[in-house]
Design a protein around this ligand. Sequence first.
Ligand SMILES: Cc1cc2nc3c(=O)[nH]c(=O)nc-3n(C[C@H](O)[C@H](O)[C@H](O)COP(=O)(O)O)c2cc1C
Length: 182
Amino acid sequence: MNSIDLLLNRQSNPLLTQPAPSSDDLHNILSAGMRVPDHGGILPWHFTVIEGTGLDKLSEYFVNAVKINTDDEAKIEKTRKMPFRAPMIIVISTKYREHKVPNQEQLVAAGCCAHAMQMMAFSLGYGAMWRTGDLSYNNSVKYALDINFNDDIVGFLYIGTEKKHLPTKPVKPYEAHVTYLK
Ligand SMILES: Cc1cc2nc3c(=O)[nH]c(=O)nc-3n(C[C@H](O)[C@H](O)[C@H](O)COP(=O)(O)O)c2cc1C
């Protein structure tokens, strides 16, 4: 896939299975995450790569977090299954630095990491889906993943092999979202 096709036709795929990215492919995915625009060169992000038994651990962390607020078995069961929607998850979190660059910009840079890694995954022929949800904002999950309460989980990037290739979604016209100053 060339870069123009990638940028014009990128789309998520929630239907993912084994195999996960190989170690060479993971290297390229993580390297793409490091290559983003970064005001001040302060690297205000952290990536947690989860696969194999790590997915079981994440499932346990999710379940422990929801059990704090509910004993609804259906919700707990649904939560337990969530990490198994792909063979690999990369958690992208901020690592806010004390710096003149405001946290808002550091958060945007970490968001760019997630996007860049997703684009590299697509380039390498994998499917991927960027997810957040309540558990991204949950201190129990952050604690279990060794993420500071003051930092933000920008996303759980689910990556794997597409179970089926989805039809390309229609183009979204940009005209209503653009003005010109000439
Ligand atoms: C920060 C962020 C968080 C997201 N969280 C979720 C999520 O929790 N669940 C979900 O179904 N989609 C979520 N999405 C949207 C999907 O990743 C995806 O972009 C959306 O389904 C549209 O599909 P497309 O990427 O093919 O255009 C999130 C996107 C972003 C940027």
